[in-house]
Design a protein around this ligand. Structure first.
Ligand code: GUN
Ligand code: ZN
Length: 435
């Protein structure tokens, strides 16, 4: 039981969807968040909360900002060391940079070292929940879960499954995939803050038999999540069409195997047709929008407006290592910039960016009753952000004309150097050390 505390700071959250409702961005310039036992008890203007709870200790954080912990719904743990490999398209990048790196995770010592780097980097960027692609190797995937458990972060992950068209050492048989996945589910799913996600890499590297195994795992474990890639690059879409001639489109490959549902997240969804979008909405599945990765790999512009019109949910993912780093603030900025330039793009505001980096992710992961905003009763997952004193952001923040401008300046200028402390369920999971 942790003692109750009132955190006094400028506070932002998006308790509803700003794409559907005006006024979804809620800001308290001199705000208070009352936290006890890892749960948000109250939020409001400081004077109101303090008067209602006059005996509770106050922590003065008025030199900074409190935001809900970021929720990254697409990131790969074995790709930390391929960050920065620019200039290639998806299939080249997989072949030359990424698959050889992922093959190194056969070594458990290597896997443990990267798992520690990965989890530290997630937390130090203010991310409290992530949907993570594990490794093709079960032991390396277990190493991630072990490290995540030590860190206190909410990590949803699973062994990556493939039985063709990658490197032979990354393939498993469908039978072996069933056995190792089942063992990992028993060991880690619902242990503390961990959840399991069935994770076929993409249709290009999975046979019908492997996708059947994925379905069996989903059936046997009804509350586990599902994640994969879909409609990312034109060359990939073409290869998948050749491999599955009976499917009318890419989504149908997953749909036929009954892998699309409210707990399914499809990464990228750039070249998705209207017919696919309609069925994705019917299945209430979600999309991971990864703006940095989509640009870095030259995959294309995410059709945000078409997902919105079709009623398909989407939230942000960093896609380390196709993307450019762990920062969800940067991902929000990239979404804003790229939607400004896309021919059918939409001008996003600061409320959209905060929603896409927090509550939208909670909705996609089926966790919106627990995390994503500061509604009373939700878990106290938050970050305290304060820019270095002499930084441009500190100067901009001092002079911000209103709270929405202040939040926009954070998305524009803040990086990990501004993340001071990060909490999950009221427990500290990261504190910046002065180097
Ligand atoms: N498609 C299949 N594997 C990958 C991957 O590792 N990264 C991205 N961006 N797309 C993929
Ligand atoms: Zn990916």
């Amino acid at each position: 039981m942790s003692a109750a505390v009132i955190l006094r700071a400028t506070i932002f959250h998006t308790p509803s969807n700003p794409f559907l409702e005006v006024g979804s961005l809620v800001a308290y310039e001199d705000g208070a968040l009352l936290v006890a036992d890892g749960v948000i008890q109250a939020i409001g203007d400081y004077s109101t909360v303090q008067q209602t709870h006059p005996t509770i200790a106050v922590r003065d954080l008025r030199d900074g900002i409190i935001l809900p912990g970021f929720i990254d719904i697409h990131i790969h743990y074995p790709q930390v060391r391929v960050l920065g490999g620019i200039g290639l398209s998806l299939l080249e990048w997989l072949r030359y940079n990424t698959l050889p790196e992922e093959a190194k995770f056969a070594s458990i010592a290597y896997a443990r070292a990267i798992a520690a780097e990965f989890v530290h980097s997630v937390a130090s960027h203010g991310t409290t929940t992530a949907l993570v692609f594990g490794s093709h190797f079960a032991a390396a995937t277990a190493a991630l879960f072990d490290q995540a458990s030590i860190s206190g972060l909410r990590i949803i992950s699973g062994q990556v499954l493939s039985d063709r068209h990658l490197l032979p050492e990354l393939h498993q048989t469908p039978e072996a995939a069933y056995q190792t996945s089942t063992a990992l589910i028993r060991r880690f799913h619902r242990q503390g803050r961990l959840l399991y996600a069935v994770t076929p890499r993409f249709a290009l590297s999975t046979s019908d038999e492997m996708l059947d195994v994925c379905h069996t795992l989903m059936q046997e474990n009804p509350d586990i999540r599902f994640q994969t890639h879909m409609n990312e690059s034109p060359a990939e879409v073409k290869e998948v069409a050749d491999l599955f001639p009976a499917a009318a489109d890419y989504f149908e490959v997953y749909e036929r195997h009954r892998l699309a549902g409210p707990l399914s997240v499809f990464a990228h969804s750039i070249h998705t047709t209207d017919a696919e979008l309609k069925r994705m909405a019917d299945h209430r599945c979600s999309v991971a929008y990864c703006p940095s990765s989509n640009a870095a790999l030259g995959s294309g512009f995410f059709p945000l407006g078409r997902h919105l019109s079709a009623g398909v949910r989407f939230a942000l993912g960093t896609d380390v290592g196709g993307g450019t780093g762990f920062g969800m603030l940067k991902e929000g900025l990239q979404a804003y910039l790229l939607q400004r330039l896309a021919s059918d793009g939409m001008t996003l505001n600061a409320g959209h960016l905060l929603y896409l980096s927090t509550r939208a992710g909670a909705e996609a992961l089926g966790l919106a009753d627990q995390i994503g905003d500061f509604g009373p009763g939700k878990s106290a997952d938050y970050l305290y952000l304060r820019p270095p004193t002499a930084s441009p952001l500190a100067a901009v923040m001092r002079n911000a004309q209103n709270s929405e401008r202040l939040l926009a300046s954070i998305f524009t200028l803040a990086g990990a150097e501004c993340v001071q402390e990060v909490y999950v369920q009221g427990d500290i999971v990261y504190k910046q050390e002065i180097e």
